[in-house]
Design a protein around this ligand. Structure first.
Ligand SMILES: Cc1cc2nc3c(=O)[nH]c(=O)nc-3n(C[C@H](O)[C@H](O)[C@H](O)COP(=O)(O)OP(=O)(O)OC[C@H]3O[C@@H](n4cnc5c(N)ncnc54)[C@H](O)[C@@H]3O)c2cc1C
Length: 265
């Protein structure tokens, strides 16, 4: 690990000012991804701004048909929330299958969304459920927010404050986990929302999380697993690595999507 200045602000505006005035500042939330990166000397920030004391960023609230989850809310708290379980059980289930108990007790939804790991679960949850990402500067729809592998619209000095999830009519998330890390080899969120069906896939895309419009159109016409039985995703733009080939991931997308439709039904 290289040397850095450590800051532990108590308020959001203090965190934002510290971050923007640092030479090369970096936020730390749960540290599940960032700390190993620093330990391996893969990053050398001048300043670390720890969000741990910003209680205003943690917690879950309900506003009509919207669940609002603070960015510092840990995965274990999302999975255990009665409000999330009642309004969006698919999201509670997604959170409960992230990593292991230690990861779920440290990792935060904001850190996961900001990191946009191509195998992480929340990007598919946010994109599939049509969430809105709220930051210290603006609001972005999930469709706008995720821009590529580990890439988002976030600027260097922008802090995610919460994620707003509209309650779907029905939804389910199915993942085929890597047996070692539990990251998604493929994870599919299927949601019937007020604006139609959304199908979002993580773990497979060469360019990160993506939607499958052919499946969405078929499910809009008939919300049944049979409706997508013949729809396949081309393996041309899917990842191939030591865990699975692109062809295998394409097959998994069809299977996980059908299982998600059945679970949501
Ligand atoms: C062994 C292991 C297994 C895992 N398995 C899974 C899994 O199955 N599924 C899954 O989805 N994830 C998995 N994860 C990832 C984990 O869930 C964390 O969510 C993820 O590492 C990032 O969250 P964090 O709070 O730890 O963020 P950090 O590591 O603290 O930060 C990650 C990045 O996000 C930035 N950041 C953090 N908070 C904010 C914010 N509020 N605004 C803007 N930027 C911010 C940081 O600057 C950093 O660049 C696993 C991790 C480990 C170590």
């Amino acid at each position: 690990m290289y040397d850095f200045n450590y800051h532990r602000p108590k308020k959001l505006d203090e965190a934002a000012t510290t971050l923007s005035s640092a030479e090369d500042g970096k936020l730390v939330a749960g540290g599940m991804t960032l700390i190993p990166t620093l330990k391996q000397r893969l990053a050398q920030p001048s300043d670390l701004v720890d969000l741990a004391e910003l209680s205003e960023l943690a917690g879950i609230s309900v506003d009509g048909d919207t669940i609002i989850i603070g960015s510092m809310t840990r995965h274990c708290d999302v999975s255990a929330s009665a409000d999330v379980a009642e309004s969006i059980p698919a999201l509670a289930s997604l959170a409960s299958h992230i990593g292991d108990s230690q990861v779920r007790h440290r990792g935060t939804i904001g850190g996961s969304i900001a990191n946009n790991d191509p195998a992480a679960d929340y990007p598919a949850g946010a994109l599939g459920l049509g969430a809105t990402i709220v930051t210290s500067k603006r609001k972005s729809t999930a469709d706008e927010f995720f821009t590529g592998l580990f890439e988002t619209v976030l600027e260097e000095d922008e802090i995610i404050t919460s994620i707003e999830f509209p309650k779907p009519k029905r939804a389910a998330y199915m993942k085929f986990p890597n047996p070692a890390s539990r990251y998604a080899m493929v994870g599919v969120m299927v949601a019937e929302t007020a604006d139609g069906v959304r199908v979002a896939v993580t773990g497979a895309g060469d360019d990160g999380v993506f939607r499958v419009t052919a499946m969405e159109e078929a499910l809009d016409a008939n919300f049944a697993s049979d409706a997508i039985a013949d729809i396949t995703v081309s393996d041309a733009e899917l990842m191939s690595d030591i865990h699975a080939s692109a062809e295998y991931r394409a097959h998994l997308i069809s299977i996980m999507a059908k299982r998600a439709v059945e679970a949501a039904s």
